[in-house]
Design a protein around this ligand. Structure first.
Ligand SMILES: CC(C)(COP(=O)(O)OP(=O)(O)OC[C@H]1O[C@@H](n2cnc3c(N)ncnc32)[C@H](O)[C@@H]1OP(=O)(O)O)[C@@H](O)C(=O)NCCC(=O)NCCS
Length: 187
């Protein structure tokens, strides 16, 4: 085993030692309603000060730095009250990196939310939506049809091309070469 692989393995073991629970588990234990088979990537923030207002369905992925907000203290100084609203994320939803979901928003079932979106209004089911403010840019069906067509011809990479599969420099170069200026798909 190369020295870098060894260091990486040690670092990941140390991380698991200090942070043994997944973020999903941490938020579940705080009381957030979260369905099955959900994945929260690093630095996801769920408004735990009002966790009972937030509901997340099954098969939901929150990409890195997604923020779900159920309260808005911008009125506190003037009204002495904070505005609150439920946040509901349906089943089979992907929320892209760095997105912010504001109080009162429902994201319907089978939606993809683009990276960096500010979701200020509810998004209907089966939509791809993106931007600030977040708007529907595609239907899920059309999006998947395009991606499936691309997938057929695109270079594909197995687990050995991933960090969890301990990718080495040779495979990194192989991937760079195969993708060129197009897209590829990694397992
Ligand atoms: C939204 C996304 C899924 C693409 O969906 P798509 O249906 O293929 O969208 P297209 O690329 O055809 O773009 C459609 C329009 O939306 C815009 N758009 C796409 N993604 C956007 C985003 N994240 N923010 C703002 N606008 C976006 C495009 O510029 C395009 O605008 P135009 O019609 O004015 O030219 C993809 O861009 C995305 O953001 N994926 C998330 C990536 C991520 O979060 N990765 C984290 C690691 S898991």
């Amino acid at each position: 085993m190369g020295i870098f692989k060894g260091i990486r393995k040690l670092a990941s073991q140390a991380y698991r030692f200090f942070y043994p629970l997944s973020l999903v588990e941490v938020y579940k234990r705080m009381g957030v309603k979260i369905g099955s088979n959900c994945h929260f990537q690093f630095d996801v923030v769920i408004d735990h000060s009002h966790y009972w207002l937030i509901e997340i369905g099954d098969n939901v992925t929150l990409a890195p730095r997604v923020h779900l907000l159920a309260h808005d203290a911008s009125t506190k100084l003037h009204l002495n009250y904070t505005r609150i609203g439920k946040v509901k994320i349906g089943n089979n939803v992907f929320v892209g990196a760095g997105s912010i979901v504001l109080p009162g928003v429902t994201i319907g079932n089978n939606c993809v939310i683009g990276a960096g979106s500010v979701v200020s209004k509810s998004i209907p089911e089966n939509s791809v939506a993106a931007g600030n403010p977040c708007k529907v840019v595609n239907t899920l069906d059309h999006f998947l049809k395009n991606r499936k067509e691309e997938f057929v011809l695109a270079p594909k990479f197995d687990e050995s091309f991933t960090l969890r599969g301990n990718i080495d420099r040779k495979k990194m170069d192989e991937m760079l070469q195969a993708i060129g200026n197009n897209y590829g798909y990694v397992v």
